[in-house]
Design a protein around this ligand. Structure first.
Ligand code: CA2
Length: 152
């Protein structure tokens, strides 16, 4: 890979509310702060990071499909769609890129309806329960995945 690998970070429904409500569950960091930290950390890791958020399932599907042409890896916190969306699963399965699933909260300590993820089956790995740090951990994991791919 001659150019810096391009990573797309997608956030799903309601994650635009981060830092404004439910700080006990999701922390006090805003989405804008997470996105800026991802850009900086990506740069330190030699990757360019683009972040997008949508409350609409179809828009997320379109972005996932498009990532195949424009990006080298995908990091996704699908919010509540994690637990319901076969459409997101199908899109993720189809793109053939490394995928890392992120959750701010530890979904396994919460209600049982959060214990199943449609995203996990399409993802290389899952990071949950580390708050906003989880996105930076996902970038580190992505850098390692892409390096391993390059070496093979
Ligand atoms: O822990 C996570 O990151 C989740 O993906 C967050 C989703 C939830 O449905 C998943 O089970 C776990 C909810 C995102 C809603 O974010 C809010 C942030 C601030 C205030 C209200 C909602």
């Amino acid at each position: 890979m001659a150019q810096a690998p391009a990573i797309l970070v997608l956030n799903g429904p309601n994650l635009n509310l981060l830092g404004t409500r439910e700080p006990d569950v999701y922390g006090r960091t805003t989405l804008a702060e997470i996105e800026s930290a991802c850009r900086d950390h990506g740069q330190d890791l030699g990757m360019s990071v683009e972040s997008r958020q949508s409350n609409a399932e179809g828009e997320l599907v379109d972005w996932i499909q498009g990532a195949r042409q424009s990006h080298d890896g995908l990091i996704i916190n699908a919010g509540g769609l994690t637990h319901t969306s076969i459409a997101l699963f199908d899109a993720l399965q189809a793109i053939g890129l490394p995928i890392i699933e992120v959750h701010l909260s530890n979904i396994y300590q919460r209600e049982s309806f959060r214990h199943h993820s449609y995203i996990s089956k399409a993802a290389n790995g899952v990071i949950c329960g580390f708050g906003a740090q989880g996105y930076l951990m996902a970038l580190e994991a992505m850098a390692r995945l892409l390096k391993t791919e390059e070496e093979v």
